[in-house]
Design a protein around this ligand. Structure first.
Ligand SMILES: C=C(O[C@@H]1C=C(C(=O)O)C=C[C@H]1O)C(=O)O
Length: 275
């Protein structure tokens, strides 16, 4: 089953977001076991030939070159529906293409938030020289975060097509009323439940089995950090994607069958759109 069979239901999309929490939390816990290793995010520190970026950018680029499932587009016309609806993204951008196929402004924010806020908060040790391991997990973290945040497009599409809110959205979008759209797409109840759930998951997934006999379980990560990161970065960025998608929603024709198909073969792997 995928989102496009029948109505695109908000419930189905939300279930996927919940499932993606597991991936994100596991990867962040993994990353927290290594030092911050700041040097891997700084440009020009490793003396790569003909490459001026950071170790992480180099690493991600090389990894993607090996991964045939990452599709690079030759022109904006090739972009599938959901990418067209955002500003078309051309290849040869500054940032690695794990994050490319979608919205470049958001991609930059994901990248910057991750490096400047998320990593410093979860890594308690400063530098332990595990540069390769750190970059490997960073790639997985960025992929998981990017995927989750860009799912905002599906969330927004489901909200837009919901008969209960459709007319209201059309009116607000016609007038480009950003704040009101943001307010309408925000669901405080869902957010509150999410924050409680991800803390519980962090507490559960982060237990060290070796220390199980002790009365107080040994936790690999401070569990309250995870809801903090969701609250400060992951949810706001998701909502930004939703908002931008909706602001552009009336400029684009409805999805054709071909668009639906194309989309399922697009940037984010096909499997990830299945439930
Ligand atoms: C994703 C949604 O939209 C908003 C963003 C949320 C999030 O990023 O988790 C949660 C609730 C909403 O405020 C949703 O409604 O499920």
């Amino acid at each position: 089953m995928n989102f496009f069979e029948g109505e695109m239901s908000l419930e189905k999309v939300r279930q996927t977001l919940i499932r993606l929490e597991d991936t994100i939390i596991f990867q962040l816990i993994e990353r927290s076991q290594f030092g911050r290793n700041k040097i891997i995010y700084e440009n020009n520190k490793f003396g790569f030939k003909d490459f001026k970026g950071s170790f992480l950018e180099y690493y991600v680029r090389e990894r993607e070159n090996l991964d045939s499932s990452i599709r690079r587009y030759d022109s904006p016309d090739e972009l599938p529906f959901f990418d067209k609806i955002q500003k078309p993204i051309l290849p040869n951008l500054d940032y690695p293409s794990v994050l490319h196929p979608n919205n470049i402004n958001v991609n930059k924010k994901i990248w910057d938030s991750y490096i400047n806020n998320i990593v410093p908060r979860i890594c308690t040790i400063d530098d332990d020289s595990n540069y390769g391991s750190s970059a490997t997990i960073d790639t997985a973290c960025l992929q998981a975060l990017s995927r989750r945040i860009h799912f905002g497009k599906f969330v927004a599409e489901a909200k837009f097509t919901d008969p209960k809110y459709h007319d209201e959205y059309v009116k607000l979008i016609t007038n480009q009323e950003k704040d009101k759209i943001y307010e309408l797409l925000t669901n405080k109840d869902v957010e509150k439940k999410l924050l409680a759930r991800v803390e519980k998951k962090a507490r559960t997934f982060g237990q060290d089995i070796e220390f199980q006999d002790k009365e107080i379980p040994h936790l690999k990560i401070q569990p309250t950090l995870i809801p903090e990161l969701y609250n400060d970065f992951i949810m706001p960025l998701t909502k930004e994607v939703e908002l931008e998608y909706l602001l552009n929603r009336l400029n684009t024709p409805n999805m054709t069958e071909k668009d639906k198909e194309g989309h399922l073969h697009s940037s984010i792997l096909k499997e990830d759109y299945k439930i």
